[in-house]
Design a protein around this ligand. Sequence first.
Ligand SMILES: C[S@@+](CC[C@H](N)C(=O)[O-])C[C@H]1O[C@@H](n2cnc3c(N)ncnc32)[C@H](O)[C@@H]1O
Length: 191
Amino acid sequence: MSQSARSYWDPLWAAGRRYRQLSDAEIALLAGHLSPGRGRPALDIGCGDGGLARHLHHRLGYHTTGIDSAPTAITLAASQDAAPGHGPEWRCMDITTDALGTLPHPAYAVITCRLVYRWLDDKPAFLDRVRQLLAPGGTFWVVTEVVGRRTVADPCERLGITANEAETLTAGWSVTHTADLDVLRCYALRP
Ligand SMILES: C[S@@+](CC[C@H](N)C(=O)[O-])C[C@H]1O[C@@H](n2cnc3c(N)ncnc32)[C@H](O)[C@@H]1O
């Protein structure tokens, strides 16, 4: 993807495009890999309209920040809070280019990235940024489609990551757990 993330994604959100919701199976996998939040900070990268960030915040007890480069997605996410200040913090931010020091916390017990990793051009640089933000003992939770899992052909574009892209994702962590959900793979990575 050569154009900026914002110029690619914002028109899609504005045109009404929406993405796969969290399922009960995905929620159960997440609960099995994360300990209770107890108010610790979590960061959801590419939060979209905020379903996973709200789940981390309200159900798992993390003090959650959701960031997305698409202003329309952030507006949609914030519009679903019961009242201002009663949900995750929402920030319009490009994780690949914006200063990490503008985030509300210097380190996060959990960082999540759902249906986003595939779209990032410079994956090693992105992973370096994640490592800078992950607290010691923290968990990086990634959900992504992997190639070769669809029984029906991908209609228009490659949605899954390749074996090489998966290797880039999983290299260098002390703990790597994976779990499969139909065409998706979930990764729990620890430094
Ligand atoms: C397929 S959507 C997934 C949204 C959400 N995570 C979900 O599971 O429904 C991908 C999201 O990643 C965001 N995104 C892509 N590149 C980004 C970047 N460099 N920085 C921040 N957000 C990004 C897009 O704006 C879009 O909202």
